[in-house]
Design a protein around this ligand. Structure first.
Ligand SMILES: [Zn+2]
Ligand SMILES: [Zn+2]
Length: 173
């Protein structure tokens, strides 16, 4: 990209979401989310422990193991996955720190495709569009179906490249 080329709005806001994600202290996953109305940024959030409570960098991740259905070479398999449950997800923090009035008709930019719980909450939050970058496979069919049912625009930025300094070395599934 040359210096004279302006960033489009999707790139501009997704870059900010990635910069916000660097605030996360969970070593397993850094997620950033923004609330945008028109071209105006109304809120930012990342995944983290509740305020005043030791976070993953201090107390370690709180790992929950669960079996999840995944498709491997076209067939369903149950695979044991580890997830950190210490943090409030970025999307949920965004909902905790923004007003319903601001959310009505707004767009959420989020670095990662929302999980089922976050998608469920976003679907009831007043936002009309969700833009994400990295795919998150778990429940993604269910999430897409619900967004369609709710008439929420749900789109992935496919050709986007985040600022290198904002991406953690390794995202653990
Ligand atoms: Zn963690
Ligand atoms: Zn989530």
């Amino acid at each position: 990209m040359t210096t004279t080329m302006r960033k489009d709005w999707d790139t501009y806001f997704m870059d900010i979401a990635y910069m916000v994600s660097t605030r996360s202290r969970c070593p397993r996953r850094h997620v950033g989310a923004l609330l945008v109305q028109g071209k105006k940024l109304l809120g930012t959030a990342y995944n983290g422990a509740p305020m005043g409570v030791p976070d993953c960098s201090e107390a370690g991740c709180m790992i929950a193991e669960q079996y999840e259905k995944v498709i491997v070479d076209g067939s369903e398999q149950m695979v044991k996955k580890q997830r950190c449950i210490r943090t409030i997800h970025a999307e949920q923090n965004l909902l905790l720190f923004t007003d319903r009035n601001d959310r009505e008709g707004s767009t959420v930019y989020v670095t990662d495709q929302p999980c089922w719980t976050c998608a469920n909450m976003l679907a009831n939050s007043g936002v009309v569009e969700i833009v994400y970058h990295r795919p998150y496979k778990k429940d993604s069919d269910k999430v897409a179906a619900m967004m369609e049912h709710k008439g929420i625009v749900f789109r992935q930025l496919q050709h986007y490249h985040p600022p290198a300094e904002s991406v953690m070395d390794e995202v653990r599934e």
